[in-house]
Structures are given as structure tokens and as C-alpha cells.
Design a protein around this ligand. Structure first.
Ligand code: ATP
Length: 405
């Protein structure tokens, strides 16, 4: 069980904020050991896993968050990175980069998404070479937006709407969403840029800003390991990169029509996210609570990322301006609570092929009986591997009995 990891990032003061504050003083004080406070607000301190000040580079964020998330996904764990914060706090800058144009790996201002693509495919090439092709990776990408509690497929030029479904094997998934195979960082980046363009086009045609919707780029990373001529071990992880809508409280007063619906839906999904986090924190403290994941599309889709099977990182983006101190304090309170959630990430592993004829299974059975005879404990990593294998075998056999492939 691992806690959700929280990285807090303060962006530089903007010119507009400087004009309003008439000062360069930061509202956020960084104390020792990743602890911060906001002196103009209550005198509480906030502790995070990492704190990046105004000079924190895109490369540093990647090293602390992106690289670790990719490494976990390469091993078969699900991973999620959320960017949370008020409008204009730097979520898109952190996730995507400084501009809509990606100018290649030398672009220092490129964000987590392109850096994760580059690192993922570099690591895949390394692993495939290291294992002489015994391990092969397959990646698929999809990209969606949640706006007004409706899911839009950003890889469909018409940004078709999609429904969410749930089944025992796949968990929660988006039905009929476009998934594209990607084999190179540039292909993945092309998918991302096409989705971003469709997002802007649909936002313009609907007269709204993209900061009013949540976007989720989803990668499915599959590794296929040839165990013997009969058998392949399959690991599959989902990697979600999430840019949330601005978290500031939407003003409902003097708002009507589409804007009222929009504001109410942003409030609803972010407050559901807050409620889910509160319930999970209560559960962690031994209280019994129902977690209302289904109350919004966002929390239902990302159920595994919050208290479930995922290694999750939250990047809490804040402005340093005194005029934004209330919103900054609210972001930090949210992040502090989220940090208390404990997830249970497991390697998503299965077997394909004819397990009965497998030489690996025979080898493992002999291995187990030898070690049992020698009365060895389960601390031996090879025995643990055998037990995982045996579990997959049992699941497969049970599936066959019920007529499920
Ligand atoms: N760390 C940073 N260094 C330099 N500039 C930054 C940084 N973070 C954000 N900015 C700049 O601040 C502005 C707002 O950032 P950004 O668009 O990423 O905010 P956002 O939280 O995604 O807003 P929205 O909710 O509207 O999507 C942009 O001009 C961006 O380039």
C-alpha cells in the first residue's frame, strides 16, 4: 500500500499579478523539508513529497514524477498523474509545455507528456534489446475530454461522445473510444497534438475555454514475455495523464444558460473529487464510509487512481501572488488531504497460450516441490514468482471451466 505522492509547484509571478499586488513578495513561504505555509492565511503548515519553487524546471518535475510513473508502468502497475490547481496556475504548462507546438527533445520547456513519451519508448527499446526480443511491448493511446459530464473522444475529428462501462475483467472503461497504436515518441506526440487541436476546435465551436473541461490522455502499455514455445506472460498497465479543469470556485451568481450548466458541472465533478478523497481519508482512519465514485464521470473513470490499483501522483499547481492566496490555500488543503490516501497497486499479469503443455509450468512445479521438500520460506523471490504464476494458472483454469476465455 502506497500513499498518493504529491508534488507542489509554484509558478513565477505573472505581470498581471505583479500589477495587482504591486509587490514581488510570494504568498507561499517554503520552510524546510518540503513544508510550506501561506502566512496571509491561517498559520497551518503543509507537507508534501516534493516542493518546486518558481525556478523549478520542467526537467526536475519529470525526474521527480514522470520518470517514476513510467518506470512503474513498465513493470505492469497502473499509473496516474493529475495536475490540479486554479485556472492559470500552470497545469497545462506542467503537463504539455509552454506552447502548443512541440519543437523536439531539445525544447527545454516541453512538459511531462512529451517527456514521458520519450522516456517510455527509450526504456522499451532498452528492455527489448536487453532481453534479445523475448519481451515485446505494445502501446495504445486514447485521448478524451470530460465537459459538462459528457465524455468526448478527442481522437475523433467529430469529437464523438462516448459512454463509460464497467466489467469484471476490464474494470471501468470507455466504450468505443478511438485507440491508436503508438511505437515511437513522435507517433504518441502526434496523437496528443491531434487531440489537443480537436479540443480547441470543439471548444471554439461550443464557445468555451478548455480550462472548463478535464482532459485525460490514456496509454495502455502491454508487455509480452515469451516464457516458452507454448506460453506468453502478459502484463498490462494503464497510464493516465490528467489535466483537470480550473479548481477555483465557479461563480454561479449572474450566470445563466450554458455558463450556469458549465459552472455547476465543474463544481460537481471537482466537489465529487473532494468528497471521494474525504471518504477515502476517513476509511484510512478506520471509519466506515461509502465512496461515491459514480457521482461524476471523472471520479468513476479514475476510480483505480484514487484508493485503488494505481501508483498515483498529484501535481498541485499554485500561483505565488498574494491576490490568489485564498485559492492557493484551498489547493494546498486539497493536496494535503489527497496525500493521505493509500492505494493498492498490483502488477496486472496474466498468461496466454497453452498453459497445460507449458514447459515453464512443469519446470515451476518441480521447482516448488524441491523447495517444499527443503522447507524453504516464501521470502525467496523465485518462489514468489512461481506463486504469481500459479495464481494466473488457477484463474485461467477457472475461466475455462465457466467458458470464459
Ligand atoms: N512554471 C512556469 N514557468 C513559466 N511560465 C509558466 C509556468 N507555469 C505557468 N506558466 C505560464 O502561466 C500561464 C498560465 O499557465 P497554464 O495555461 O499552464 O495554466 P492552467 O492552470 O493550465 O490554466 P487553465 O486552467 O486555464 O488551463 C501560461 O502563460 C504559462 O506559460
Amino acid at each position: 500500500m502506497d500513499n498518493i505522492q504529491v508534488f507542489m509547484r509554484i509558478r513565477p509571478l505573472s505581470e498581471d499579478e505583479y500589477r495587482r499586488d504591486r509587490s514581488t513578495e510570494s504568498a507561499v513561504r517554503i520552510l524546510a523539508d518540503n513544508v510550506v505555509s501561506i502566512p496571509s492565511q491561517r498559520s497551518e503548515n503543509f507537507a508534501f513529497d516534493f516542493v518546486g519553487d518558481e525556478s523549478c524546471s520542467q526537467a526536475e518535475v519529470f525526474e521527480s514524477v514522470g520518470k517514476r510513473a513510467v518506470e512503474q508502468c513498465m513493470q505492469g502497475y497502473n499509473g496516474t498523474i493529475f495536475a490540479y490547481g486554479q485556472t492559470g496556475s500552470g497545469k497545462t504548462f506542467t503537463m504539455q509545455g509552454a506552447s502548443d507546438e512541440f519543437t523536439g527533445p531539445d525544447d527545454e520547456l516541453r512538459g511531462l507528456i512529451p517527456r514521458c513519451f520519450e522516456y517510455l519508448f527509450t526504456r522499451i527499446a532498452e528492455e527489448e534489446a536487453r532481453t534479445n526480443g523475448r519481451v515485446k511491448y505494445l502501446c495504445r493511446a486514447s485521448y478524451i475530454e470530460i465537459y459538462n459530464e459528457t465524455i468526448y473522444d478527442l481522437l475523433d475529428p467529430l469529437t464523438r461522445t462516448c459512454a463509460m462501462r464497467e466489467d469484471i475483467k476490464r474494470g471501468v472503461f470507455i466504450d468505443n473510444v478511438t485507440e491508436e497504436t503508438v511505437q515511437h515518441p513522435n507517433e504518441a506526440y502526434d496523437v496528443f497534438m491531434r487531440g489537443t487541436t480537436n479540443r480547441h476546435v470543439s471548444a471554439t465551436s461550443m464557445n468555451r475555454e478548455s480550462s472548463r473541461s478535464h482532459s485525460v490522455l490514456m496509454l495502455v502499455i502491454q508487455s509480452l514475455t515469451q516464457m516458452d514455445s507454448e506460453l506468453t506472460e502478459v502484463r498490462e498497465s494503464r497510464f493516465n495523464l490528467v489535466d483537470l479543469a480550473g479548481s477555483e470556485r465557479q461563480k454561479l451568481a449572474n450566470t445563466s444558460g450554458m455558463r450556469l450548466k458549465e459552472a455547476a458541472n465543474i463544481n460537481k465533478s471537482l466537489s465529487t473529487l473532494g468528497n471521494v478523497i474525504n471518504s477515502l481519508v476517513d476509511i484510512g482512519n478506520g471509519r466506515s464510509r461509502h465512496v461515491n465514485y459514480r457521482d461524476s464521470k471523472l471520479t468513476f473513470l479514475l476510480r483505480d487512481s484514487l484508493g485503488g490499483n494505481s501508483v498515483t501522483f498529484i501535481i498541485a499547481n499554485v500561483s505565488p501572488a498574494i491576490c490568489n492566496d485564498i485559492e492557493t490555500a484551498s489547493t494546498l488543503r486539497f493536496a494535503q488531504r489527497a496525500k493521505m490516501i493509500r492505494n493498492k497497486a498490483i502488477v496486472n499479469q496474466d498468461m496466454q497460450g497453452n498453459i497445460i503443455n507449458s514447459a515453464t509450468l512443469r519446470k515451476y512445479l518441480i521447482f516448488i516441490s524441491t523447495h517444499q521438500a527443503a522447507n524453504e520460506t516464501n521470502d525467496n523471490p523465485q518462489i514468489v514468482e512461481v506463486l504469481i504464476f500459479a495464481l494466473c494458472y488457477r484463474r485461467k483454469a477457472q475461466g475455462k471451466k465457466k467458458g470464459v476465455e
